[in-house]
Design a protein around this ligand. Structure first.
Ligand code: C5P
Length: 401
């Protein structure tokens, strides 16, 4: 479920092998109702063809041949620049990066960047030595000073040159999440200069190395909050329980297992944070006893003696400074609003997200969610089913308004 506010994405494809991954980006955008137009540089066409992108986007792909043909009523780069809500350049090569950094325009792609004003998302991809060149890094940093340009850092991994190192293009899922964010915010960096501390996922309270009390939380909501904050310019720290997803590039993350570990990590990072979002599903109790060896089946107790774990968000509320904003979550069945309001006041939160966990395709494990956002000023907004990333943006819209 994509549901963006804006809908027009222009994709500029550069000449690198990572161009094959951009096919998946285009395909997923189209399937989610986003209008896509594509521009291929001459070197991009050595790796992928205009036919590939035309087929996936259901629209002719543009090349420099179109740029120089006198068929169009208005210049093509002007038309495309005005059409786009956002412009994605992936893979961004060292050559195109250098041209953008110096405002050069010698092909359709670079002319369209200069003839447009929309946010530009850059996903570089190149060999490690190329990426680490002083000139390349200088161009990258100087471009990102301009708030119009949003950069997805490169990952480390196996490159096409058979080396393992930095310079690998971000994965399609990460590029797609960033696009979804930009379609929501239109590139607004309203969390720039802020530090956002997020907890996500479920905690596990073990009574031996393989058995625990836990819950079905997968941490996807915490991940979405972290991505949304990052894409709005924040410095993000994510403290998460066991998860089967990769931490996105560009944020600091700490993996924990128990409520006790999450408690310690959150308290450690609290003093530096401006906004704290406690989306983790913390187990409310833990077994009193822990056995360091796996218990044989015959030795399992018939009943587990339990004790409470610390209520992390309540302790954060007691310690927080007036300038810090503390947001909690309330996962509920049935009436979601009344218990959430009670938690908002009892736990002294600034805002709370009441979300149902008894609805199809929302809550635990789903990519989607729905919620009622409530704050201590008495504001209340209902968010209908949408992606977790979009819900995260609605929450940041709500608390920064
Ligand atoms: O009390 P309940 O678990 O319903 O409250 C939900 C909120 O409290 C969430 O923000 C959750 O992360 C937080 N919480 C916590 N520590 C606990 C239990 C819940 O911080 N031990």
């Amino acid at each position: 479920m994509f549901n963006p506010k804006l809908k027009r994405v222009l994709i500029g494809v550069g000449g690198g092998i990572a161009a094959y991954k951009v096919c998946e980006v285009v395909s997923t955008l189209f399937k989610n109702g986003v209008e896509v137009r594509t521009i291929l540089t001459n070197s991009a066409q050595k790796f992928v063809t205009p036919l590939t992108f035309a087929t996936l986007s259901r629209y002719p792909a543009y090349t420099d041949e179109n740029f120089w043909q006198p068929n169009y009523s208005r210049p093509l780069h002007i038309e495309l620049g005005e059409w786009a809500d956002i412009f994605v350049i992936a893979p961004l090569t060292a050559n195109t990066l250098a041209k953008l950094a110096y405002g050069m325009a010698d092909n359709l792609l670079t002319n369209t960047v200069l003839a447009s004003t929309c946010p530009v998302l850059l996903a570089p991809a190149m060999n490690t030595d190329m990426w680490e060149q002083q000139a390349v890094q200088h161009n990258w940093q100087s471009l990102l000073i301009n708030n119009r340009f949003h950069g997805i850092p490169t990952a480390s991994g196996l490159l096409a040159c058979d080396r393992v190192g930095a310079g690998r293009m971000a994965e399609p899922t990460e590029i797609l999440a960033y696009i979804q964010s930009l379609l929501h915010t239109a590139g607004r960096l309203d969390l720039a200069g802020k530090r956002v501390l997020i907890s996500g996922g479920g905690t596990r309270e073990h009574f031996d190395p393989v058995r625990f009390i836990g819950n079905p939380s997968t941490g996807k909501m915490g991940l979405a909050l972290a991505q949304a904050a990052l894409h709005r310019g924040a410095r993000v720290t994510l403290v998460h329980g066991p998860a089967n997803w990769d931490v996105p590039l560009g944020m600091e993350a700490f993996s924990v297992v128990s409520a006790q570990q999450m408690h310690q990590a959150m308290l450690r990072h609290l003093p530096d944070a401006d906004v704290i979002v406690m989306s983790a599903a913390v187990a409310d109790v833990k077994p009193q006893e822990y056995n360091s060896e796996k218990l044989p089946k015959r030795s399992l107790p018939e009943a587990l003696a339990l004790e409470p774990v610390p209520d992390i968000v309540t302790e954060l509320a007691e310690r927080k400074q007036p300038h810090q904003l503390l947001i909690g979550f309330a996962a509920q069945t049935g009436d979601i609003v009344t218990p959430a309001l009670e938690k908002l006041y009892r736990k002294q939160l600034d805002a709370i997200v009441a979300n149902p966990v008894d609805q199809v395709d929302s809550g635990f494990g789903s990519d989607n969610n729905q919620a009622v956002l409530l704050d201590k000023q008495g504001r209340r907004i209902e968010i209908p089913p949408c992606s977790k990333l979009q819900l995260a943006h609605y929450l940041f819209d709500f608390v920064t308004a």
